[in-house]
Design a protein around this ligand. Sequence first.
Ligand SMILES: [Zn+2]
Ligand SMILES: [Zn+2]
Length: 396
Amino acid sequence: MTEQDFIHKRFSLAVRQFSKFFKISLSKMFVHFFHLIKRFAFKFLNLIFSIPKYMRYQPKVMDWNTLHVYGEHECQSSEGGKDLHQYLIGCEKNPGHTQFIPVHLFSLHHLPEDYRDIDLYDMIMAEAQLTVRVDVKIISPNRPQFWPGTEQPYPFFKGRGKKKKRFGSGEIDVYKYVNGHGYDGHGSRHDIDGNPYKGDDHSCPCKQCRESKTPSDVWWVIIVRTATHVVFDAVEARQTSLRLFHDKEDSPTTILNGFQIGNANVSHDKCSLSLVTWDVIGAKLFKMVECLYAKTSRVVLKYRKRSSEKLNFIVSHPHGCSKQVSLGRWVVNEKVSSYNNRYDTTRLTYTTCTCPGSSGASVQCVGVANSHYHSGALSGGRNVSGAGFYSCKNLL
Ligand SMILES: [Zn+2]
Ligand SMILES: [Zn+2]
Protein backbone atom coordinates (compact mmCIF):
# COMPACT_ATOMS: atom_id res chain seq x y z
CA MET A 1 0.00 0.00 0.00
CA THR A 2 1.39 3.23 -1.08
CA GLU A 3 1.30 6.25 1.09
CA GLN A 4 -1.28 7.76 -1.26
CA ASP A 5 -3.56 4.69 -0.93
CA PHE A 6 -3.23 4.86 2.85
CA ILE A 7 -4.19 8.52 2.92
CA HIS A 8 -7.12 7.80 0.57
CA LYS A 9 -8.34 4.96 2.79
CA ARG A 10 -8.07 7.06 5.95
CA PHE A 11 -9.84 9.89 4.20
CA SER A 12 -12.73 7.62 3.03
CA LEU A 13 -13.06 6.22 6.55
CA ALA A 14 -13.16 9.72 8.01
CA VAL A 15 -15.82 10.75 5.50
CA ARG A 16 -17.91 7.62 6.28
CA GLN A 17 -17.62 8.19 10.03
CA PHE A 18 -18.47 11.85 9.63
CA SER A 19 -21.48 11.16 7.43
CA LYS A 20 -22.68 8.43 9.87
CA PHE A 21 -22.30 10.87 12.77
CA PHE A 22 -23.95 13.61 10.79
CA LYS A 23 -26.90 11.34 9.79
CA ILE A 24 -27.48 10.37 13.42
CA SER A 25 -27.21 13.99 14.52
CA LEU A 26 -29.55 15.14 11.81
CA SER A 27 -32.20 12.58 12.68
CA LYS A 28 -31.70 13.35 16.38
CA MET A 29 -31.99 17.02 15.65
CA PHE A 30 -35.12 16.40 13.61
CA VAL A 31 -36.71 14.37 16.42
CA HIS A 32 -35.79 17.04 18.90
CA PHE A 33 -37.14 19.79 16.66
CA PHE A 34 -40.41 17.86 16.08
CA HIS A 35 -40.73 17.37 19.85
CA LEU A 36 -40.33 21.11 20.39
CA ILE A 37 -42.95 21.89 17.76
CA LYS A 38 -45.34 19.39 19.36
CA ARG A 39 -44.82 20.90 22.81
CA PHE A 40 -45.31 24.40 21.51
CA ALA A 41 -48.54 23.40 19.71
CA PHE A 42 -49.91 21.75 22.87
CA LYS A 43 -49.00 24.78 24.97
CA PHE A 44 -50.64 27.08 22.43
CA LEU A 45 -53.84 25.01 22.30
CA ASN A 46 -53.94 24.82 26.10
CA LEU A 47 -53.59 28.57 26.29
CA ILE A 48 -56.37 29.11 23.74
CA PHE A 49 -58.78 26.77 25.53
CA SER A 50 -57.96 28.21 28.95
CA ILE A 51 -59.33 31.59 27.79
CA PRO A 52 -63.02 31.79 28.68
CA LYS A 53 -65.39 31.92 25.74
CA TYR A 54 -66.57 35.46 26.43
CA MET A 55 -62.95 36.68 26.18
CA ARG A 56 -62.34 34.89 22.90
CA TYR A 57 -65.51 36.33 21.37
CA GLN A 58 -64.59 39.63 19.77
CA PRO A 59 -67.56 41.05 17.87
CA LYS A 60 -67.37 44.35 16.08
CA VAL A 61 -66.99 47.20 18.53
CA MET A 62 -69.05 50.24 17.71
CA ASP A 63 -67.46 53.43 16.65
CA TRP A 64 -68.65 56.23 18.94
CA ASN A 65 -69.47 58.30 15.87
CA THR A 66 -72.19 55.86 14.82
CA LEU A 67 -73.91 55.99 18.22
CA HIS A 68 -76.27 58.87 17.69
CA VAL A 69 -76.16 59.64 14.00
CA TYR A 70 -79.83 59.13 13.41
CA GLY A 71 -81.77 58.90 16.72
CA GLU A 72 -84.54 61.49 17.12
CA HIS A 73 -85.26 62.01 20.83
CA GLU A 74 -88.72 61.17 22.19
CA CYS A 75 -89.40 63.66 24.95
CA GLN A 76 -92.85 65.21 24.85
CA SER A 77 -92.63 68.98 25.10
CA SER A 78 -95.62 70.93 26.27
CA GLU A 79 -96.01 74.35 24.66
CA GLY A 80 -97.98 77.01 26.49
CA GLY A 81 -99.65 74.56 28.88
CA LYS A 82 -101.38 72.70 26.02
CA ASP A 83 -103.39 69.63 27.16
CA LEU A 84 -101.29 66.48 26.64
CA HIS A 85 -104.28 64.66 25.10
CA GLN A 86 -104.09 66.99 22.14
CA TYR A 87 -100.59 65.66 21.42
CA LEU A 88 -101.91 62.11 21.84
CA ILE A 89 -104.76 62.70 19.37
CA GLY A 90 -102.60 64.59 16.88
CA CYS A 91 -99.76 62.02 16.92
CA GLU A 92 -98.13 61.51 13.53
CA LYS A 93 -95.76 58.71 14.50
CA ASN A 94 -98.39 56.18 15.59
CA PRO A 95 -101.83 57.58 14.68
CA GLY A 96 -104.53 55.87 16.76
CA HIS A 97 -101.87 54.22 18.97
CA THR A 98 -103.23 50.78 18.07
CA GLN A 99 -99.99 49.04 19.08
CA PHE A 100 -100.11 50.45 22.62
CA ILE A 101 -102.11 48.59 25.26
CA PRO A 102 -103.34 50.59 28.27
CA VAL A 103 -101.72 48.94 31.27
CA HIS A 104 -105.00 48.46 33.18
CA LEU A 105 -106.42 46.50 30.20
CA PHE A 106 -103.32 44.38 29.58
CA SER A 107 -104.02 40.63 29.76
CA LEU A 108 -102.40 37.30 28.90
CA HIS A 109 -104.17 37.39 25.52
CA HIS A 110 -102.14 40.38 24.42
CA LEU A 111 -99.01 38.20 24.53
CA PRO A 112 -98.04 36.14 21.43
CA GLU A 113 -99.77 32.75 21.66
CA ASP A 114 -96.64 30.78 22.53
CA TYR A 115 -95.70 33.32 25.23
CA ARG A 116 -98.96 33.27 27.21
CA ASP A 117 -97.29 32.56 30.49
CA ILE A 118 -98.32 33.85 33.90
CA ASP A 119 -94.73 34.59 34.99
CA LEU A 120 -94.14 36.75 31.93
CA TYR A 121 -97.48 38.49 32.45
CA ASP A 122 -96.60 39.11 36.12
CA MET A 123 -93.18 40.46 35.13
CA ILE A 124 -94.75 42.96 32.70
CA MET A 125 -97.24 44.06 35.37
CA ALA A 126 -94.43 44.38 37.96
CA GLU A 127 -92.40 46.46 35.46
CA ALA A 128 -95.49 48.60 34.82
CA GLN A 129 -95.94 49.34 38.54
CA LEU A 130 -92.39 50.72 38.69
CA THR A 131 -92.65 52.75 35.47
CA VAL A 132 -93.03 56.46 36.11
CA ARG A 133 -93.64 59.62 34.17
CA VAL A 134 -90.65 61.95 34.43
CA ASP A 135 -91.66 65.64 34.39
CA VAL A 136 -88.87 68.20 33.88
CA LYS A 137 -89.42 71.95 34.04
CA ILE A 138 -86.12 73.50 32.97
CA ILE A 139 -83.41 73.08 30.33
CA SER A 140 -79.93 73.02 31.82
CA PRO A 141 -77.50 75.70 30.60
CA ASN A 142 -74.90 72.90 30.50
CA ARG A 143 -76.48 70.93 27.64
CA PRO A 144 -73.92 70.38 24.83
CA GLN A 145 -74.48 71.44 21.24
CA PHE A 146 -73.80 67.93 19.85
CA TRP A 147 -73.92 64.32 20.96
CA PRO A 148 -70.36 63.47 22.15
CA GLY A 149 -67.97 62.86 19.28
CA THR A 150 -70.56 63.67 16.60
CA GLU A 151 -72.05 66.63 14.80
CA GLN A 152 -75.55 65.40 15.61
CA PRO A 153 -77.51 68.14 17.47
CA TYR A 154 -78.15 67.38 21.14
CA PRO A 155 -81.80 67.72 22.23
CA PHE A 156 -82.89 71.11 23.66
CA PHE A 157 -79.49 72.78 23.23
CA LYS A 158 -81.16 75.82 21.67
CA GLY A 159 -83.41 76.39 24.69
CA ARG A 160 -80.70 75.96 27.33
CA GLY A 161 -81.19 77.99 30.49
CA LYS A 162 -84.91 78.43 29.77
CA LYS A 163 -88.01 77.05 31.43
CA LYS A 164 -89.68 74.40 29.28
CA LYS A 165 -92.05 71.69 30.46
CA ARG A 166 -91.38 68.27 29.00
CA PHE A 167 -92.17 64.65 29.73
CA GLY A 168 -90.31 61.36 29.53
CA SER A 169 -90.52 57.95 31.19
CA GLY A 170 -88.35 56.21 33.76
CA GLU A 171 -88.02 53.09 35.89
CA ILE A 172 -87.81 52.94 39.67
CA ASP A 173 -85.38 50.78 41.63
CA VAL A 174 -85.06 50.80 45.43
CA TYR A 175 -82.33 49.82 47.90
CA LYS A 176 -83.12 49.15 51.55
CA TYR A 177 -80.65 50.19 54.27
CA VAL A 178 -80.55 48.87 57.83
CA ASN A 179 -77.95 50.36 60.20
CA GLY A 180 -75.91 51.61 57.27
CA HIS A 181 -75.88 48.33 55.31
CA GLY A 182 -77.86 48.22 52.10
CA TYR A 183 -79.25 45.53 49.82
CA ASP A 184 -81.13 45.35 46.54
CA GLY A 185 -84.31 43.60 45.42
CA HIS A 186 -82.47 40.26 45.13
CA GLY A 187 -81.18 40.62 48.71
CA SER A 188 -77.66 41.15 47.31
CA ARG A 189 -75.39 43.45 49.31
CA HIS A 190 -73.09 44.21 46.37
CA ASP A 191 -73.55 46.17 43.17
CA ILE A 192 -72.60 45.12 39.61
CA ASP A 193 -68.95 46.08 40.30
CA GLY A 194 -68.83 44.05 43.53
CA ASN A 195 -68.88 47.12 45.78
CA PRO A 196 -70.98 46.87 48.96
CA TYR A 197 -74.06 49.07 49.36
CA LYS A 198 -72.97 51.10 52.35
CA GLY A 199 -74.28 54.25 53.99
CA ASP A 200 -71.96 56.90 55.38
CA ASP A 201 -73.69 56.54 58.72
CA HIS A 202 -75.79 54.06 60.74
CA SER A 203 -78.86 56.25 60.53
CA CYS A 204 -80.97 57.74 57.76
CA PRO A 205 -79.19 60.60 55.95
CA CYS A 206 -82.39 62.50 55.03
CA LYS A 207 -82.68 66.14 56.14
CA GLN A 208 -85.40 65.40 58.69
CA CYS A 209 -83.37 62.62 60.38
CA ARG A 210 -80.16 64.70 60.37
CA GLU A 211 -82.02 67.32 62.42
CA SER A 212 -83.69 64.76 64.68
CA LYS A 213 -82.42 63.29 67.98
CA THR A 214 -84.03 59.99 67.10
CA PRO A 215 -83.11 59.39 63.44
CA SER A 216 -84.43 56.28 61.72
CA ASP A 217 -82.00 53.35 61.40
CA VAL A 218 -83.99 51.94 58.47
CA TRP A 219 -84.30 53.86 55.21
CA TRP A 220 -84.69 53.42 51.47
CA VAL A 221 -82.85 54.95 48.55
CA ILE A 222 -85.23 55.37 45.63
CA ILE A 223 -83.45 55.43 42.28
CA VAL A 224 -85.08 56.37 39.01
CA ARG A 225 -83.28 55.46 35.81
CA THR A 226 -84.00 57.30 32.60
CA ALA A 227 -82.18 58.82 29.61
CA THR A 228 -79.68 61.66 30.05
CA HIS A 229 -81.41 63.65 27.32
CA VAL A 230 -84.54 63.59 29.56
CA VAL A 231 -82.74 64.68 32.77
CA PHE A 232 -79.33 66.07 31.93
CA ASP A 233 -77.68 67.10 35.19
CA ALA A 234 -78.14 68.39 38.78
CA VAL A 235 -79.81 71.59 37.50
CA GLU A 236 -82.54 69.61 35.76
CA ALA A 237 -82.76 66.97 38.54
CA ARG A 238 -83.74 69.69 41.03
CA GLN A 239 -86.63 70.64 38.73
CA THR A 240 -87.76 67.05 38.12
CA SER A 241 -90.77 65.31 39.63
CA LEU A 242 -92.09 61.80 39.09
CA ARG A 243 -95.69 60.82 38.65
CA LEU A 244 -96.20 57.30 40.02
CA PHE A 245 -99.01 54.78 39.35
CA HIS A 246 -100.47 56.85 36.49
CA ASP A 247 -102.21 53.79 35.03
CA LYS A 248 -105.46 55.46 33.97
CA GLU A 249 -106.37 59.03 33.18
CA ASP A 250 -108.26 59.26 36.48
CA SER A 251 -105.60 57.55 38.65
CA PRO A 252 -104.90 59.43 41.90
CA THR A 253 -101.92 61.76 41.58
CA THR A 254 -98.83 60.46 43.40
CA ILE A 255 -95.83 62.73 42.97
CA LEU A 256 -92.24 62.31 44.17
CA ASN A 257 -89.68 65.10 43.93
CA GLY A 258 -86.50 66.32 45.62
CA PHE A 259 -84.22 64.03 43.60
CA GLN A 260 -80.46 64.39 43.27
CA ILE A 261 -78.53 63.45 40.17
CA GLY A 262 -76.59 60.18 40.45
CA ASN A 263 -74.70 58.84 37.45
CA ALA A 264 -75.30 60.70 34.20
CA ASN A 265 -73.52 59.30 31.15
CA VAL A 266 -74.21 61.48 28.11
CA SER A 267 -72.58 59.10 25.59
CA HIS A 268 -74.61 56.14 26.89
CA ASP A 269 -77.74 58.31 27.24
CA LYS A 270 -78.41 56.85 30.66
CA CYS A 271 -78.77 58.57 34.00
CA SER A 272 -80.01 57.89 37.50
CA LEU A 273 -81.59 60.15 40.11
CA SER A 274 -81.78 59.30 43.79
CA LEU A 275 -83.95 60.16 46.75
CA VAL A 276 -83.46 59.06 50.37
CA THR A 277 -86.58 58.38 52.42
CA TRP A 278 -87.66 56.64 55.60
CA ASP A 279 -91.30 57.17 54.59
CA VAL A 280 -93.74 54.32 53.97
CA ILE A 281 -93.49 54.88 50.17
CA GLY A 282 -89.93 53.48 50.39
CA ALA A 283 -91.17 50.20 51.88
CA LYS A 284 -94.04 49.97 49.38
CA LEU A 285 -91.80 50.52 46.35
CA PHE A 286 -89.12 48.16 47.70
CA LYS A 287 -91.70 45.33 47.88
CA MET A 288 -92.58 46.01 44.24
CA VAL A 289 -88.90 45.96 43.29
CA GLU A 290 -88.44 42.60 45.08
CA CYS A 291 -91.42 41.30 43.12
CA LEU A 292 -90.02 42.56 39.79
CA TYR A 293 -86.56 41.09 40.49
CA ALA A 294 -88.10 37.69 41.41
CA LYS A 295 -90.34 37.63 38.33
CA THR A 296 -87.48 38.72 36.05
CA SER A 297 -85.28 35.90 37.38
CA ARG A 298 -88.04 33.35 36.71
CA VAL A 299 -88.63 34.67 33.19
CA VAL A 300 -84.91 34.73 32.35
CA LEU A 301 -84.53 31.12 33.53
CA LYS A 302 -87.64 30.03 31.66
CA TYR A 303 -86.96 31.86 28.40
CA ARG A 304 -83.21 32.22 28.09
CA LYS A 305 -83.10 29.39 25.51
CA ARG A 306 -85.67 31.31 23.47
CA SER A 307 -83.89 34.67 23.76
CA SER A 308 -82.96 34.34 20.05
CA GLU A 309 -86.66 34.93 19.28
CA LYS A 310 -85.98 38.49 20.52
CA LEU A 311 -89.35 39.28 22.09
CA ASN A 312 -89.27 42.51 24.05
CA PHE A 313 -91.61 44.95 25.72
CA ILE A 314 -91.66 48.56 26.86
CA VAL A 315 -93.91 50.25 29.41
CA SER A 316 -93.97 54.02 28.93
CA HIS A 317 -96.03 57.20 29.07
CA PRO A 318 -96.56 58.17 25.40
CA HIS A 319 -97.26 61.91 25.11
CA GLY A 320 -97.08 62.18 28.91
CA CYS A 321 -100.48 60.45 29.13
CA SER A 322 -101.35 57.27 31.06
CA LYS A 323 -99.14 54.18 31.08
CA GLN A 324 -99.10 51.88 28.02
CA VAL A 325 -97.50 48.52 27.21
CA SER A 326 -95.99 47.85 23.78
CA LEU A 327 -94.70 44.51 22.55
CA GLY A 328 -92.25 43.90 19.71
CA ARG A 329 -88.91 42.41 18.77
CA TRP A 330 -85.42 43.73 19.12
CA VAL A 331 -83.57 43.62 15.84
CA VAL A 332 -79.93 44.44 16.54
CA ASN A 333 -77.96 44.13 19.76
CA GLU A 334 -74.72 45.94 18.98
CA LYS A 335 -71.78 45.78 21.34
CA VAL A 336 -70.39 49.12 22.50
CA SER A 337 -67.76 47.75 24.91
CA SER A 338 -67.01 44.97 27.40
CA TYR A 339 -68.04 45.88 30.93
CA ASN A 340 -66.90 42.91 33.02
CA ASN A 341 -66.82 39.13 32.73
CA ARG A 342 -70.62 38.96 32.99
CA TYR A 343 -71.83 42.00 31.09
CA ASP A 344 -71.23 43.75 27.80
CA THR A 345 -72.42 47.26 27.15
CA THR A 346 -74.66 47.14 24.08
CA ARG A 347 -77.17 49.22 22.22
CA LEU A 348 -80.49 47.82 20.97
CA THR A 349 -82.71 48.66 18.04
CA TYR A 350 -86.28 47.37 18.06
CA THR A 351 -89.67 47.41 16.35
CA THR A 352 -91.45 47.89 19.68
CA CYS A 353 -93.67 50.99 19.54
CA THR A 354 -92.68 54.22 21.23
CA CYS A 355 -93.88 57.81 20.93
CA PRO A 356 -92.76 61.21 22.22
CA GLY A 357 -92.89 60.76 26.01
CA SER A 358 -91.36 57.26 25.85
CA SER A 359 -87.75 58.51 26.16
CA GLY A 360 -86.09 56.96 29.21
CA ALA A 361 -88.46 53.96 29.47
CA SER A 362 -86.89 50.61 30.28
CA VAL A 363 -86.52 48.29 27.26
CA GLN A 364 -87.00 44.73 28.52
CA CYS A 365 -85.75 41.74 26.51
CA VAL A 366 -87.53 38.48 27.37
CA GLY A 367 -85.10 35.74 28.45
CA VAL A 368 -82.14 38.10 28.86
CA ALA A 369 -80.72 39.98 31.84
CA ASN A 370 -80.47 43.48 30.40
CA SER A 371 -80.80 47.10 31.40
CA HIS A 372 -81.47 49.52 28.51
CA TYR A 373 -83.41 52.79 28.37
CA HIS A 374 -85.23 54.15 25.34
CA SER A 375 -83.25 56.86 23.55
CA GLY A 376 -84.95 57.73 20.27
CA ALA A 377 -86.56 56.92 16.94
CA LEU A 378 -84.57 56.10 13.81
CA SER A 379 -85.48 57.33 10.34
CA GLY A 380 -86.35 53.82 9.06
CA GLY A 381 -89.14 53.32 11.61
CA ARG A 382 -87.13 51.42 14.19
CA ASN A 383 -86.45 52.67 17.68
CA VAL A 384 -83.18 52.69 19.58
CA SER A 385 -81.96 52.48 23.17
CA GLY A 386 -79.04 54.13 24.87
CA ALA A 387 -76.08 51.92 25.79
CA GLY A 388 -76.92 49.47 28.59
CA PHE A 389 -75.85 46.22 30.22
CA TYR A 390 -76.52 42.94 28.45
CA SER A 391 -75.56 39.69 30.13
CA CYS A 392 -73.10 37.99 27.77
CA LYS A 393 -73.73 34.69 29.56
CA ASN A 394 -77.49 35.15 29.52
CA LEU A 395 -77.54 34.51 33.25
CA LEU A 396 -78.67 36.64 36.14
ZN1 LIG B 1 -98.08 58.92 19.60
ZN1 LIG C 1 -84.52 60.05 57.36
